[in-house]
Design a binder for this molecule. Structure first.
Ligand code: FAD
Length: 432
């Protein structure tokens, strides 16, 4: 039986879903945000990614100019003020904002609680969507107290994996595991002699790791690591890219990735402690609750963002966000990431049509499951852009739910005009 009616249901409480929920509520919609974990933030907290990318224009030098204002800018301001966050800092040709995952999760709680029209249900796993003709009519989810089904007038799929779109029978696309961007497991090590890891020493250690893997002293894939000092004494954050994970008939890809991540982490840390003096006293202090997923299922929208749109700085009449992160691809068969940059100071726009599910007029997507090619989403998936597409999807869903907009209408100009914040100055850091 369906329960009380909400105007908008947002599926997934990652950074895109948080923005979507707040935007929908502020646009006057009674809104429900559903999240399967016991905390909000998605990859930003559960995956411990550690820095916010995509908030600022990229370029070889200069200050940090915000790409999006409005709610996305307000959320960025709040993140930058958190304990443990640092001002925007230059990282090669880009600008990033470091943050602490537990502080971000607590901020998300506060932001959601402050919205009168927004309810949030944690530990709520969405497993079905009911349709009434072409429209989404209700969202079903599992809780510790049983199954629930909530009627709604519009929905936002911010699940990262387009689970609501799939359940609604909307068109989606999912590249096969070996064509997707790699997953990575992120963890922190403490007790590290951080000063001894810089420059040539760090490079030499990476070479030793690769040689150890080639000699089968490490499990396959365990040498594909990058580390960065977090700024806390003796601590580095380690990113272990999970190539050659497997999966198949007996084990789904994600289970295989989680198990491979844990096994490789243990072997890698043992090796580092034994082989590298900088890590001799190191210990694992935190492991991300889940492997980080860069790419999975996404919607097929009324339009599809492409590599040419991104690199060409394309503008759209129904633009809802500006973005400028390079196309960052983590592929099988290559160590680390490959970057393709926009021209210095350039940006592209994301149109509302990439957020709007084809054939389902009251369903929108936000964050990393918007409609686009693998390459385009290699840029648009970063958190700064997810905040902007989340805010736009929430506003659009509220307007459709309220009958103020015909399906597919662009939000009013005030919602979509980017209002770049006065630029803070980025601190230059050559080690990205
Ligand atoms: C290893 C790695 C490193 C990265 N590094 C950076 C970085 O440094 N900076 C940066 O800006 N970006 C980085 N990214 C990209 C970025 O973190 C993500 O693309 C972005 O956070 C995605 O946000 P989202 O809200 O769209 O999706 P997600 O963060 O995936 O959130 C989706 C939410 O939906 C929930 N959900 C899913 N299914 C259901 C369901 N059935 N029912 C209820 N809830 C559900 C999930 O639990 C989750 O909370 C990185 C990604 C990875 C994987």
């Amino acid at each position: 039986m369906r329960e009380r009616q909400y105007d908008v249901v947002v599926v997934g409480g990652g950074m895109a879903g948080i923005a979507a929920g707040i935007a929908a509520a502020r646009a006057g919609a009674r809104t429900l945000l559903l999240e399967r974990y016991g905390f909000l933030g998605g990859m930003a907290t559960a995956g411990m990614v550690g820095t916010i990318c995509g908030l600022y224009l990229a370029g070889a030098d200069g200050g940090a100019e915000r790409l999006n204002g409005g709610l996305a800018g307000e959320l960025a301001d709040a993140i930058e003020r958190l304990p443990g966050s640092a001002p925007p800092r230059r990282c090669g040709r880009t600008v990033v904002v470091p943050y602490l995952a537990h502080e971000l999760a607590a901020l998300a709680d506060d932001l959601v609680a402050a919205e009168r029209r927004l309810d949030a249900h944690l530990h709520a796993h969405v497993d079905g969507v009911e349709r009434d003709g072409v429209r989404v009519a209700a969202v079903r989810f599992a809780t510790a107290d049983g199954m629930r089904s909530v009627a709604c007038s519009a929905a936002v799929d911010a699940s990262g994996d387009a689970v609501a779109a799939l359940a609604a029978g909307a068109p989606t696309e999912t590249p096969p595991p070996d064509e997707r961007q790699l997953c990575s497991l992120i963890f922190t090590l403490q007790g590290v002699d951080v000063a001894a890891l810089g420059g040539a020493a760090g490079l030499a250690l990476r070479r030793r790791l690769a040689a150890a893997e080639a000699a089968a002293l490490l499990p396959a894939g365990a040498s594909d690591v990058a580390w960065r000092p977090t700024g806390r004494p003796g601590e580095v954050a380690v990113k272990l890219a999970l190539r050659a994970v497997g999966g198949g008939a007996r084990e789904d890809f994600r289970s295989a990735a989680e198990r491979a991540g844990r096994r490789r982490l243990r072997a890698l840390v043992d090796f580092l402690r034994a082989d590298a003096p900088a890590f001799a006293a190191a210990f694992v202090s935190q492991v991300a609750p889940q492997v980080g997923v860069r790419e999975s299922r996404r919607i097929i929208g009324r339009a599809r963002l492409t590599r040419a749109d991104v690199l060409g700085g394309r503008r759209f009449p129904d633009a809802i966000a500006r973005a400028a992160w390079p196309i960052e691809l983590w592929r099988h068969g290559a160590a680390g990431a490959r970057f393709e940059y926009l021209a210095d100071g350039a940006w592209y726009e994301i149109p509302l049509a990439c957020l709007h599910a084809a054939g389902v007029p009251n369903l929108f997507a936000a964050g990393r499951c918007i409609s686009g090619t693998s390459e385009a989403l290699g840029s648009a998936r970063v958190i700064g852009t997810c905040l902007a597409t989340g805010a736009a999807a929430g506003t659009a869903a509220a307007r459709v739910a309220g009958g103020a907009a015909a399906a597919g209408d662009a939000p009013p100009a005030a919602d979509r005009e980017p209002t770049p914040a006065a630029g803070a100055t980025a601190r230059d850091e050559s080690s990205g």
